[in-house]
Design a protein around this ligand. Structure first.
Ligand code: HPA
Length: 244
């Protein structure tokens, strides 16, 4: 698969499992990215915490273009991302993993493309299968090699602008449109990876039922708590995926 990058979402600011770690910086046209380079079982890995080392960058202010272009410049050919999500689907429950295969884009204020005209031109990339099938299959295989990993193999990820959570009315609308999961970061990350011709997949960890489905109002700390409880399992899945 070439050089693999892990983009860690909420609750995955540090991979902890890499050897020979060093910090790196890469300048791009869109800004500078900070990443960590290390190795796992002899394979070079790049780790990029999406929200910064201390979770200080909110979803709507992440420099998605710099992140993806920076990884491309480093020679990354595959990105395995993690995302914390709420569930709209009664069959998809908190503490479970999902491998999204489709998305619905409800972001509003983000730079979603490298192709803004000018030097880069006007390009329309195909989004029939937005997530890399090969990497999704490898993650599924990794799950079967670990004990008690029930991974939902498909799901439609609804990406909202955030940083606020959704209203119950929005969640009802997303359900009607076919959404299964709701999160704030997968778009434009997945689209930019496609434009950069990098194989991209995300493991979504369900931290809560979405607003109006959950019996209580949502809090960021409940998301963090659920991620903390499951971080070992998530890390094990990522590392097994890299290994095989
Ligand atoms: N909505 C949006 N993003 C999220 C949620 C949610 O319910 N849970 C975790 N990330």
């Amino acid at each position: 698969m070439g050089l693999i990058a892990i983009i860690g979402g909420t609750g995955v600011c540090d991979l902890k499992l890499l050897d020979h770690i060093h910090d790196g910086y890469m300048d791009t046209f869109y800004g500078t990215i900070h990443y960590v380079k290390g190795a796992y079982k002899g394979k070079d890995i790049v780790f990029l915490p999406r929200h910064g080392k201390t979770h200080s960058i909110p979803p709507h202010l992440i420099n998605y273009r710099a992140n993806i272009l920076g990884l491309k410049r480093l020679g990354v050919t595959a990105i395995l991302a993690t995302t914390a999500v709420g569930s709209l689907n009664p069959d998809y429950k908190p503490n479970e993993f999902v491998l999204p295969d489709q998305f619905l884009d409800f972001t509003k204020l983000r730079h979603t493309s490298f192709f803004d005209g000018g030097e880069n031109g006007v390009v329309h990339v195909d989004m029939t299968s937005p997530y890399c099938q090969t990497l999704r299959k490898t993650i599924t295989d990794a799950g079967t090699l670990l004990e008690n990993y029930d991974i939902h193999p498909t799901g439609t990820y609804v990406c909202t602008e955030g940083p606020r959570f959704e209203t119950p009315a929005e969640i009802k609308m997303f359900e009607k449109l076919g959404g299964d999961l709701v999160g704030m970061t997968n778009v434009p990350e997945v689209c930019l990876a496609r434009e950069a011709e990098i194989c991209y997949a995300t493991v979504s960890m369900i931290t809560n039922f979405a607003a109006g489905i959950s019996p209580t109002p949502l809090t960021h700390s409940e998301v963090l708590e659920c991620m903390a409880q499951n971080s070992q399992r998530l890390r094990a899945l990522i590392m097994k995926t890299i290994e095989i």
